[in-house]
Write a protein that binds this ligand. Sequence first.
Ligand code: NAD
Length: 252
Amino acid sequence: MTMEFKGKAVLVTGGASGIGYATADQFAAKGADVVIADVNQAGLTEAAAKLSAQHGRTVHAVVCDASDADSCTNLVNEAVRLLGKLDILCNIAGILANGPTENFADETWLKVLSVNLNGPFFLSKRALPHLLETQGCIVNVASTAGLVGVPYGAAYSASKSGVIGLTKAMAAEYSRKGVRVNAICPGHVITPMTSKGGDFGPDTDMDLIYKLFPLTQRGSEPSEMADAIIFLAGAVNATGTILTVDGGQTAI
Ligand SMILES: NC(=O)c1ccc[n+]([C@@H]2O[C@H](COP(=O)([O-])OP(=O)(O)OC[C@H]3O[C@@H](n4cnc5c(N)ncnc54)[C@H](O)[C@@H]3O)[C@@H](O)[C@H]2O)c1
């Protein structure tokens, strides 16, 4: 298994924050040439500057709205222009919105599906011609919410189940053409997405929540998700793998 990525060209969406940032950090530490993309321009600029300083070479930044097809076309073109090729696409950008289904706004449903599911499709489709050239791979970030029902999370669960389906279908389709497609399913990770209260409200008994994760009994670190993404990117015999990295949440 390859754990060195020297000379590999890697595109990471959601790179301004959380799991995306940690993943870009680890790829850069392992010698990869990295483009990070995000809709948050200020956060992206700051993240790219920090990563470049830390690793002593440029980590490129391209603003992209993953829910917009034209923006995804521009991102893949720019990444290939900057890096000369594309070996690895990590679809990590995502949003979370919870609420009772009977009151859930149609626009919010469409937005969640659009960022979390359309985004990985738009980007994978545009990256595939380049990945076929390099015999590269895609790693998607789904969620345990795509495997088990999460109350008040219909849109998010549906979007992440969709990512799992997209991953398996593309893995099957490209298995004889040398492009691997895998996904991780994180449980609860401490990032701005969850600490803003989008996941649990401010009055939540977090000790009770952490009992859902018997191995760790805590929220996971973004770097622990990046470890699994790096593993799948280097696991040359793995395709269609849906890897739970969830502190035991779905083991019980
Ligand atoms: N944090 C968790 O507990 C958890 C659990 C399971 C899965 N995930 C998934 O992990 C991924 C990363 O989430 P995170 O926890 O690091 O959250 P985060 O909020 O720290 O990072 C998500 C990033 O995606 C970016 N983004 C949002 N909409 C975008 C768009 N339209 N186009 C481009 N970028 C966009 C945000 O600006 C942000 O930088 C998401 O797909 C999320 O659903 C997170």
